[in-house]
Design a protein around this ligand. Structure first.
Ligand SMILES: CC(C)(COP(=O)(O)OP(=O)(O)OC[C@H]1O[C@@H](n2cnc3c(N)ncnc32)[C@H](O)[C@@H]1OP(=O)(O)O)[C@@H](O)C(=O)NCCC(=O)NCCS
Length: 257
């Protein structure tokens, strides 16, 4: 039986996603098995579960490890594709969506919280700092991160934690001058610091704790394993861990314990 938008809405409600929430979605379309209506149906299901007061956000990232001061990014909000999957790529193209203007870590969103979540992302000195969609979601009372057939390896909120804790492995040392083309076709130059593709991470290590405390719940929709995490307590917990131990999120320790 193909999965429908209604199946997705019902599955998300059963998992505990409340109407009116703000949710950042990391996704794999293929994970569901066959979805009737494809990526649009997944987006419709999320919007149905959230209702008219909720906001859905999708990472529409476009950076690469080759970018840096010698190769600064050029980003056109209407044209630059993302590499984060078919669902975000479809979301950014929807008539009701807006996409933030960050040249590597843009986010596309729809719903009444969109402007509050996305505004001035490109003016943040770093991709995931306090005044970015990630920092704002970390403070949001009704904020969630949803993983549809993806897992905590894709959890960009942990990059927010790494920035907040100022770990020494995460940021490039020199800023870049990126060019950004906005919705009106105006080009501007923004000076900002990019992530470096540093040491291997072990982000799923936080999952057992988050699950025990009820911060993370999981279930199935079609063939997909889906995880729903409350963003604020997740960030508070992991930030406390990284503040005690800057290597906490790394796959291999840099410094002896
Ligand atoms: C990389 C990743 C996107 C790949 O997932 P995926 O399911 O293989 O790919 P997409 O979500 O782009 O979906 C496209 C695939 O869905 C499948 N598909 C197409 N139509 C479909 C339908 N109606 N129903 C179900 N599956 C369908 C196809 O296999 C298609 O692959 P193809 O384009 O090669 O034919 C996923 O594993 C992932 O990591 N997601 C999280 C990304 C992220 O948010 N990263 C954050 C920073 S690390």
């Amino acid at each position: 039986m193909p999965v429908t938008a209604s199946d997705i809405a019902a599955g998300l409600r059963a998992l505990g996603l409340p109407a009116g929430a703000t949710v950042l979605v990391h996704s794999s379309l293929r994970s569901f098995g066959q979805v009737e209506g494809g990526a649009d149906a997944v987006i419709d299901g999320i919007l149905q579960a959230l209702g008219p007061t909720g906001t859905a956000a999708f990472p529409t990232f476009s950076g690469s490890s080759k970018l840096g001061p010698e190769h600064p990014p050029h980003f056109d909000v209407r044209q630059t594709p993302c590499w984060t999957g078919r669902i975000p790529e479809t979301a950014r193209d929807r008539a009701e969506a807006r996409r933030s203007l960050h040249p590597t870590h843009s986010v596309a969103a729809m719903g009444p919280g969109t402007a509050d979540l996305l505004h001035d992302h490109e003016l943040s000195p770093t991709p995931c700092g306090p005044e970015t969609p990630f920092g704002r979601l970390a403070r949001c009372e009704r904020g969630y991160v949803l993983f549809l057939g993806a897992d905590l390896r894709s959890n960009t909120m942990f990059h927010h934690v790494e920035e907040a804790a100022k770990v020494d492995y995460h940021m490039q040392e020199v800023p870049v001058a990126a060019t950004v083309v906005d919705y009106e076709g105006e080009t501007r130059t923004v000076r900002l610091w990019l992530h470096r593709y540093g040491p291997a991470r072990d982000y799923p290590k936080a999952e057992p704790y988050l699950r025990e405390r009820g911060i993370l719940t999981s279930g199935r929709i079609g063939e997909s394993t889906v995880r729903l995490v409350r963003s604020r307590p997740m960030v508070e917990y992991v930030l406390a861990r990284v503040s005690e131990d800057p290597d906490y999120l790394l796959a291999t320790r840099k410094t002896p314990a």
